[in-house]
Design a protein around this ligand. Sequence first.
Ligand SMILES: Cc1cc2nc3c(=O)[nH]c(=O)nc-3n(C[C@H](O)[C@H](O)[C@H](O)COP(=O)(O)OP(=O)(O)OC[C@H]3O[C@@H](n4cnc5c(N)ncnc54)[C@H](O)[C@@H]3O)c2cc1C
Ligand SMILES: *[C@@H]1O[C@H](CO)[C@@H](O)[C@H](O)[C@H]1NC(C)=O
Ligand SMILES: *[C@@H]1O[C@H](CO)[C@@H](O)[C@H](O)[C@H]1NC(C)=O
Length: 425
Amino acid sequence: MGISKSDPIIIVGGGAFGLSSALHLTQKGYTNVSVFEKDDNIPPRFSAANDLNKIVRAEYEDEFYTELTIKAIDAWKTPLFAPHFHQVGFLHCVSGGAPEKAVATLSRFRASAEKAPKDEGPDPAWQLQGALPGWSGYLNRFDGYAHSGNALAGVYRAVQAAGVRFFLGEQGTVDEITHVSTVNCRKAAGVRTKNGRFHPSALVVVAVGAAAARLVPEIGKEVVAKSWSVAHVHLTNDETSALRGIPVTYARDLGFFFEPDPKTNLLKLCPMGGGYINTDPKTGVSHAPLTLSESAFLPEEDEKRLRRLLAQTLPSLADRPFVKSSLCWFADTDDSDFIVDYVPNTSESIVLLSGDSGHAFKMFPILGSFITNLLEAPDNVQRITRWRWKQPKANAKDDWGGDVSWRIGQSKELSAILPSKAAKL
Ligand SMILES: Cc1cc2nc3c(=O)[nH]c(=O)nc-3n(C[C@H](O)[C@H](O)[C@H](O)COP(=O)(O)OP(=O)(O)OC[C@H]3O[C@@H](n4cnc5c(N)ncnc54)[C@H](O)[C@@H]3O)c2cc1C
Ligand SMILES: *[C@@H]1O[C@H](CO)[C@@H](O)[C@H](O)[C@H]1NC(C)=O
Ligand SMILES: *[C@@H]1O[C@H](CO)[C@@H](O)[C@H](O)[C@H]1NC(C)=O
């Protein structure tokens, strides 16, 4: 088909993929770009990237993503992104109690990290007052973290100034993609929003993170809404200062934490693990809950893991209450590969950007180039085969949680871990 630069383009979702796509489309000269976001604010509270920080690490078990991240780190150092990038290093370890799987994964990451540029520096762990019992691992100074909420807000302001239109809240909540009805084809005509309005467009870009299977049900179980929990401890000014510049500290079996945020004095922690899903028993498809309150808690097993992490690294914080705890929803695929492709049989009128699999934010500055490259493909074929549309398999596995090398444990159903349920037992 080939879309022209003045055709109206609608991006659904003002998270990491959506905002970066708006930026790259504008830079490539597309002049009629609108973003529809269901929250009334950016960073949106529903975005997996709305919070304080995300790890930016170049080492992967897979060279393809290592190369992309090295490109992304160059882009993090440009003026629009640099205020949000902190190259403090990544201390990547296993604790003394780690299972064999975690040790094996760590050694593959270490081999990959050894290829990155590095230099020797002071003892990376001097600020960690804990005993680090049995810990082993490596430090990669090339890595660090990005302040994800602020980075989203920065790109929002930049693309707004460049002429991208934003529809937020009810007027930005897309209830459905509407189609031009023809016999064999489901060409998109535009979108219909919660307030009942129809917005025409030549191309609909679906970048709704964990909500992908709601707007593009054809993807079936190939995209699974999954979540990990996030928690914070509140520090004093002195405690924040004492931890300035600490590397992102990660024990594969216990979780990780970041340099505290000097504005809020919050230190963010994430226990990782196999994650939580929310399967609709009728369809077998997992969807993120529609309200934030359903996710506003820290599962008991995660709390235990984070307490162990703190006791071993920052023992003075080990008993401090956790604040701002929540489950954070992302879009998982069985091979951890993204999906960047046209939805089949739509005459190239709908693009799905999904399957972030919990590791896309580090590439925020370049995520939008994935769609501009696709739009420029002469035959509309995604050249990067691993990012092509995933046709739902007849005998899809319901859960691949424990099969992913870089995660430990199986996924659990949200209904099984809800705190109200635990209280009743
Ligand atoms: C706990 C946790 C830790 C993570 N840590 C890292 C990390 O260390 N490093 C890393 O690189 N990545 C990390 N990630 C992954 C990263 O956050 C995601 O890859 C990234 O945010 C995905 O971007 P997205 O645009 O696909 O989805 P999101 O950023 O979630 O954005 C989707 C947006 O779509 C909107 N939306 C949904 N439905 C509609 C609708 N119907 N109409 C309008 N808008 C809609 C939502 O409100 C949301 O704003 C982590 C994720 C989690 C959950
Ligand atoms: C963008 O497209 C919409 C829908 O076709 C149209 O109403 C609007 O006038 C266009 N805006 C610009 C700036 O071209
Ligand atoms: C697209 O159409 C073809 C031919 O009609 C059909 O075989 C295929 O299953 C369709 N794909 C999807 C994803 O609907």
